[in-house]
Write a protein that binds this ligand. Structure first.
Ligand SMILES: Nc1ncnc2c1ncn2[C@@H]1O[C@H](COP(=O)(O)OP(=O)(O)OP(=O)(O)O)[C@@H](O)[C@H]1O
Ligand SMILES: CC(=O)N[C@H]1[C@@H]2OC[C@@H](O2)[C@@H](O)[C@@H]1O[C@H](C)C(=O)O
Length: 364
């Protein structure tokens, strides 16, 4: 697509599951996507992961944060310096703590430092302003999902589902021209997605994940556990709403009585049931749910989603997008919006009172 005034942005995201740093380029004017560019991935080593994990839940200045932030900055500098032709970087950082109603939101990593190292402007600290103005500070990908739906030429309401550690759902009406126009978007976190089954695999099998969902697929769902899970107060809150990774601490104890396969199947069913519960909030029904994030590789999770949602559940690759890079691309796109003074969130995505452009700009 020809887009006048488009620039090349490079976005980077380090997600809650701590697998590594995703980086990807997008050519955009901050409204439309003109073209997707190259991408790269930089895995965290086990010792690095341990340092970051030790700082989870900590706020700036608290124990372990400086060490984690330095590691996050170094890993990002390594992967981002592999790219050329970059006009601006969108640097999300690593969320260590998120408490929008209380202490705020904390993404480790200093964008000013990265701007110096990379020699290009860096947009960072995307969530703080939204939180300071009463928003949830998350999710931020929805404005980008809106651009993606229009880029793909969709003409009916559709949902994007990101299955990372936590799940988040964006309902989009691509017929509405701008993401901050009324009726364009509704977005919120659905509940835990991959995190509980990862925790189970680690605790019971010493593995990082249930590859392909094979273990879950061989088990039987305990529907009693799913029903009890759905009684959590989070599911009775109206969107917008967001979650911290540890907001659902009781999930492993809830499946403690089950053999491994049944426990995995049940945790996957809980994640899917949370999404289906979330879909009840949609302003208009959707015919398809497009899935990004690592959870789309979990066949048991995809099957449970199709069952509980009753609509077509497909990876975002079905509309020509890259499901592993969507969040990194989102922060590339959002960086350009920040540079151009355009909003990055609004009342229907983070619950902030009026549309707001979050993010600090640091120049080299
Ligand atoms: N082949 C696979 N089989 C099963 N699960 C997988 C597979 N690949 C990835 N996953 C799951 O996806 C997770 C990683 O997803 P992703 O990279 O989207 O999360 P994230 O971006 O770190 O998290 P968030 O979006 O919550 O910030 C892994 O921890 C794992 O649970
Ligand atoms: C506070 C924070 O970092 N939240 C992340 C996390 O990971 C998934 C979900 O929880 C979402 O709310 C968000 O990230 C995506 C990229 C977002 O802001 O849209």
């Amino acid at each position: 697509m020809r887009v006048t005034g488009a620039i090349w942005a490079l976005g980077a995201m380090s997600g809650t599951s701590l697998d590594g740093v995703d980086a990807a380029m997008v050519l955009t004017d901050g409204h439309s996507i003109a073209e997707f560019g190259p991408d790269a991935y930089r895995v965290y080593t086990d010792p690095e992961r341990a340092v970051i994990r030790a700082a989870f839940g900590q706020w700036p200045g608290e124990a372990g944060v400086a060490e984690a932030a330095e590691l996050v900055e170094t890993a990002h500098a390594q992967v981002l310096s592999r790219f050329s032709g970059v006009d601006v970087v969108g640097f999300h950082g690593q969320t260590l703590a998120h408490d929008p109603a209380g202490r705020g939101t904390h993404q480790a990593g200093n964008g000013a430092l990265l701007a110096g190292v990379l020699g290009v402007p860096v947009v960072w600290d995307f969530r703080s302003t939204d939180v300071q103005l009463g928003g949830q500070g998350a999710p931020l990908a929805p404005f980008f999902h809106h651009a993606c739906a229009r880029f793909a030429g969709l003409t009916a309401p559709v949902a994007f589902l990101n299955l990372g550690g936590v799940g988040n759902l964006t309902w989009v009406d691509p017929r509405v021209a701008r993401p901050d126009d009324p009726g364009a978007l509704m977005a919120f976190d659905t509940g835990p997605a991959n995190a509980p089954v990862n925790d189970l695999m680690l605790a019971r099998r010493g593995l990082a994940q249930d590859a392909g969902g094979a273990l879950a697929a061989s088990g039987t769902v305990d529907e009693g556990v799913v029903t009890a899970f759905l009684s959590h107060p989070y599911f009775f809150k109206m969107p917008p709403k967001s979650l911290d990774r540890n907001d659902f601490p009781g999930q492993l104890p809830a499946v403690a009585h089950l053999p491994d396969a049944d426990a995995a199947a049940t945790l996957v069913a809980c994640a899917a049931a949370a999404v289906a519960r979330g879909a009840e909030h949609f302003p208009l029904p959707v015919a398809r749910v497009l899935v990004c994030g690592g959870g789309r590789h979990n066949a048991a999770l995809m099957a449970q989603l199709a069952l509980r949602l009753g609509v077509s559940v497909e990876p975002v690759e079905a509309i020509g997008l890259n499901g592993d890079m969507l969040e990194a691309q989102a922060f590339a796109y959002l960086a350009v919006r920040v540079m151009r003074g355009l909003p990055t969130s609004g009342p229907t995505t983070t619950g902030v009172r009026a549309a707001v452009g979050g993010g600090q700009i640091s120049r080299p």
